[in-house]
Design a protein around this ligand. Structure first.
Ligand SMILES: Nc1ncnc2c1ncn2[C@@H]1O[C@H](COP(=O)(O)OP(=O)(O)OP(=O)(O)O)[C@@H](O)[C@H]1O
Ligand SMILES: [Mg+2]
Length: 509
């Protein structure tokens, strides 16, 4: 098969790290090529080089057999390359339509022909079953929808090579199936796809060939048909990975969290809560299953204090906190791993160390009478980076130098270390590699075994099933089903998630 892409001896150095060390990858025309490996392995870097966003120190690139210099994304787009980034690059205050047509705007005379663009895009949406409200503003739509916008943007440009950097990290299982089908359709039309993902099932389901990277180098490549989950995980982390989480037998204590008749106000693009009754006990992991966009975000934010309640009450360890500020609730024992880490979880311009200490810099021993102890702060952050597998040469580097999965680990480490009474973990393993998932799951189990309460919100049903003592299902802002561990399988839960079945959840006394 002729090559669509040849990356030859690419090297890219950053201070203290070699992100890509003599990397060579060949990708055939019309194939779906999986690019996998640990957080920080260099996957996004090599693809950003191909897309002209990062300049390599050494190496050459050939596109369809022709050696070329790609010095900007404009160059890449001109050569038919499209990239959907790990972190969205959309303009929040503009509409979906404007974001999609940016840079390829049809005109009628001097004015923009938005009607024509909308027709063309609607046709693409129909063809690939990829629906978004073209008139909505980016700031009002969910992460899953933003992902679709990014994909539509590339399809609208009729790309010949499409790079997808962890596109399924933010998608629901059904949306993921949809995307895999889109990828297959694109392949039929001759499109070449590079697919970065941490989900081995997806690699096996859709790719033709796969390349594995580790610490900046290529450690393996081959036909997908010769791989299985075990082989791939061994190539990625160098050992087998456990999927079972060791935990003590379930013996829940008193209620840490109790929501009664909680309602939130409608906001554009968000599903408000409608009379939610929910509790989490000590020593219990309660998993919230549901198709994303059914009120899970409002649930987490209403408990954490990021949005006001319209009605109802939220109690923490028996005391009302429904009117408290975010900081007050944190001080009372709430930890929160937010779903959108870049928006609400971290400050990108601060250092890794500052981010790790964000929730306690004003308390001893890190600060005494307003004076910071830099030695204590730096020791603390170094230890955290080590134990939570955050890969960085130095915790005083800006957070923005970390790979996507490593930023997620920073947020989790910070919230875990504050020993919260209640941890709200929203998509806690989104974008982290299989080794780190094993670790984070183990940590959640530890927290539970210590008698803390955990509210786990996850779009990964596998994750919910593996960890939860009790599962509640959210649908259109309400809780529509409740199961104890082992009471229902993914198919049964799936029916509740889609609204096909429901029963009243009123919470036990
Ligand atoms: N702008 C930068 N400055 C300094 N270091 C960087 C920069 N960008 C990336 N790195 C480093 O290069 C290495 C590779 O990062 P990259 O983002 O390519 O990893 P990745 O394989 O995409 O990981 P993930 O699965 O977490 O997204 C990491 O060690 C990262 O910290
Ligand atoms: Mg990446």
């Amino acid at each position: 098969m002729p090559s669509a892409i040849e990356l030859l001896h690419i090297t890219k150095r950053y201070p203290g790290v070699i992100a890509n060390d003599d990397v060579s990858i060949r990708i055939g025309q019309g194939e779906i090529h999986g690019l996998i490996g640990e957080n920080g392995a260099g996957k996004s870097t090599i693809m950003s080089i191909l897309y002209g966003m990062v300049k390599p120190d050494e190496g050459t690139i050939k596109i369809f057999g022709q050696e070329c210099e790609i010095s900007s994304p404009m160059d890449a787009i001109r050569r038919g390359i499209g990239m959907v980034h790990q972190h969205f690059m959309l303009m929040p205050d503009e509409t979906v339509l404007r974001n999609i047509i940016l840079g390829r705007t049809p005109r009628r005379g001097l004015s923009i022909d938005e009607a024509r663009a909308a027709r063309e895009i609607t046709e693409i949406m129909d063809r690939y079953s990829l629906k978004v409200d073209l008139g909505a503003k980016i700031s009002q739509i969910s992460v899953g929808e933003k992902q679709r916008v990014e994909i539509l943007k590339a399809l609208y440009r009729q790309v010949k090579i499409l790079i997808l950097d962890e596109p399924t990290a933010v998608l629901t299982p059904a949306e993921t199936d949809g995307l895999l089908n889109i990828m297959r359709k694109l392949r039929e039309q001759g499109c070449t796809i590079v697919f970065i993902t941490h989900k081995l099932k997806e690699v096996l389901a859709v790719t033709d060939r796969v390349t594995i990277m580790r610490k900046g180098v290529v450690t393996g490549a081959g036909e997908t048909s010769e791989m299985n989950v075990r082989r791939l995980s061994e190539l990625i982390v160098g050992r087998e990975v456990a999927t079972e989480v060791p935990m003590k037998p379930f013996s829940p204590g008193e209620k840490v969290l109790e929501l009664r008749e909680v309602r939130t106000a409608p906001r554009p693009g968000r599903m408000p809560l409608h009379d939610v009754f929910l509790s989490v006990r000590r020593g219990e992991i309660v998993g919230v299953a549901g198709v994303e966009g059914n009120g899970q975000s409002d649930l987490a934010e209403a408990i954490a204090g990021m949005i006001p309640l319209e009605a109802g009450s939220v109690r923490l360890c028996g005391r009302e906190i429904g009117r408290d500020s975010i900081r007050r609730r944190r001080q009372k024992g709430i930890g929160h791993v937010p779903e959108d880490r870049l928006k609400t979880g971290v400050s990108k311009s601060c250092t890794i160390s500052e981010n790790l200490i964000l929730n306690r810099y004003y308390t001893p021993p890190y600060s005494k009478r307003g004076v910071f102890s830099h030695a204590k702060i730096s020791r603390f952050s170094e230890e955290l980076c080590k134990s939570f597998l955050v890969k960085t040469p130095d915790a005083t580097y800006p957070l923005s130098t970390l790979s996507g999965g490593n930023m997620q680990k920073v947020v989790f480490a910070r919230e875990f270390e504050s020993s919260p009474e209640l941890l709200i973990a929203a998509q806690p393993t989104r974008g982290v590699d299989i080794g780190a998932i094993e670790y984070i799951h183990g940590k959640l189990g530890e927290l539970r075994d210590e008698g803390r309460g955990i509210l786990l919100i996850s779009a990964e049903l596998d994750e919910i099933l593996a960890l939860s003592d009790r599962i509640v299902v959210m649908y259109e802002g309400e809780l529509v089903g409740q199961f104890l561990r082992g009471e229902a399988d993914e198919y049964e839960i799936g029916e509740y998630m889609l609204g096909a079945k429901r029963r009243e959840v009123r919470d036990e006394e």
